[in-house]
Design a protein around this ligand. Structure first.
Ligand SMILES: *Cc1c(COP(=O)(O)O)cnc(C)c1O
Length: 220
């Protein structure tokens, strides 16, 4: 399993960009991967993982957390409002805030808890009808609403670029949007493009198949 290889590519990309490695968090995306592969990556010492479904994560991470300490889990898939409480139990970060109803629900649920997760707003930079995320034109207003109306502390922005377009254009756009909103976090870059995401300022890269191998089921 090439976790080491991905880490050294990450290190090289940081060097090239003149960035400190500690600024870039590698999220190992373990969705749909057999537990054995996940266990192997845990045994190699990696502790930061991403999942795209609450239910799948709940079947996997509470068990692994008993066995390995210091694990942090990131939700990188869409979140339904009726699963907010379950998500807050399971995840240390949520990358997919994309509508007022969800933001309000999270804000409410957080009040009853001692720790709040890190929160990212997903942006649909390609304006794809089938894709989740706030439209670029609505973003600044939505962030303001999250902050002023819901009292949420937003850490950054997240994007999944359209598969048919050059990802770096979308990474650059996301970086610009984050900057103008005073946000430091940039969740961008996957197996095929994380190096260009790092060059454009990614703070969280989400790498699945390049670490674990091909997903057994195609669940994008
Ligand atoms: C599956 C997934 C990834 C990882 O994709 P790979 O191409 O396997 O690296 C990253 N981000 C999101 C939102 C995903 O759903």
């Amino acid at each position: 399993m090439p976790l080491n290889e991905i880490q050294s590519r990450l290190e090289n990309a940081c060097k090239k960009a003149g960035r400190d490695m500690s600024q870039v968090h590698l999220i190992a995306v373990s969705k749909v991967q057999p537990n054995q592969r996940v266990q192997h990556v845990l045994q190699q010492g990696h502790r930061v993982f991403g999942e795209n479904k609450v239910q799948e994560a709940s079947a996997k991470w509470p068990e692994f957390k008993k066995e390995f300490s210091g694990i942090s889990t990131h939700l990188i898939g869409p979140l339904q409002t009726n699963k907010v409480n379950a998500a807050l139990e399971l995840f240390d970060a949520i990358h997919t805030i994309d509508r007022p109803k969800l933001a309000a629900k999270i804000a409410n649920a957080i009040q009853a808890r001692s720790v709040a997760p890190q929160l990212f707003v997903q942006v649909n930079t390609g304006q794809e009808p089938q894709k989740a995320g706030v439209l670029p034109a609505d973003l600044d207003g939505f962030i303001k609403q999250c902050r002023d109306e819901f009292g949420l502390s937003i850490s950054g922005l997240m994007v999944i670029p359209p598969i048919t377009e050059e990802p770096s254009l979308h990474f650059a756009l996301l970086a610009k949007m984050a900057k103008r909103n005073g946000l430091a976090g940039l969740s961008m870059g996957m197996s095929s493009d994380f190096e260009s995401a790092i060059a454009l300022g990614a703070t969280h890269i989400r790498v699945g198949s390049a670490i674990f191998g091909d997903r057994v089921l195609a669940a994008k």
